[in-house]
Design a protein around this ligand. Sequence first.
Ligand SMILES: *Cc1c(COP(=O)(O)O)cnc(C)c1O
Length: 336
Amino acid sequence: MNAHLLDRLDALPRERLALLPTPLTPAAQLGAAIGLPGLWIKHDELIGFGFGGNKVRGLELLLADARAQGADVLVTGAGAQSNHVRATAAAAAFAGMDTHAVYWGEPPAAVEGNLLLTRMLGATTTFTHSNDRSQLDGAITAVAADLRQAGRRPYSIPRGGACALGVLGHALAARELLAQCRALGLFPTRVLMAVGSGGTLAGWLLGSAAQGAPWQVEGVTVSRPADEARARVLELATQAAALLGQAPMVHAQHVRVHDGFIGPGYGIPSPQGQAAIALAARQQAVFFDPTYTGKAFAGLRAQCADPTWAQAGAVVFIHSGGEPALFTGQGQGLAT
Ligand SMILES: *Cc1c(COP(=O)(O)O)cnc(C)c1O
């Protein structure tokens, strides 16, 4: 019955940015290298818009909402190497809007990777000069208020696009994957992805629950402690369901988030993550990123040390993007 929910969702105003469906490919060589021959990769890094990545899915709905509200400038924020900010700036450029990006910390010495792309896309960038990430949402609100005062029509997007409307974009991804799997006769037991702000996992959980998908959705946290991530994901999935007038569909026992792969910190490469990136490049010619997918894949690799995993059948790893970070200091040491 909840499949209707996804049809309703599909009918929500959406700006078509992505080229969908993103490819779903077997990754047998990489899988064999980690003891998981049934590994498949869903390539959201190849989403076909603005250097790609999962954030484009949420932005399709957010941009449509911004347009409906008559916005002329998108305001968002994160760290200087944010994929979310870059994808938002791409969406704004596409729609003929401006972007104001608020970054925590100090301006970096080098304008490279995502910061370079964000500037190329025409975004105005400011820095909070504080490393307290929790102050960022307040800074976004303050910038939006200043812009409004100056006669502009700002539309604010929280960090990571992690809000109810953005989450719904990721719920549609679960439907997309199920259709692909049906066409292939593929029955994945698990779908695994990186968790940052939590919106992506929340959407995948909601979309999977709504259609009774056969797989378990799991996340590997790359930013917050797993408990905090689980609570956020649950809250976001609940808010997103409420936006569609639905009672909660995702419950605490569904929210699986693995810890132990953040390494030295969010956005700081970890040895396990860098090893995963090197392995995927050599074995499968797939480029993971140091902040999200490399660390998440390291989490999957560690789970595969458990021999029951080899019998897991098909497992889908979501490649959520992030490669621009390879062309920054974070990519150093990857070439041998
Ligand atoms: C933002 C991001 C994620 C995590 O998505 P959240 O919705 O923030 O949890 C994963 N991978 C990449 C490349 C990202 O940019």
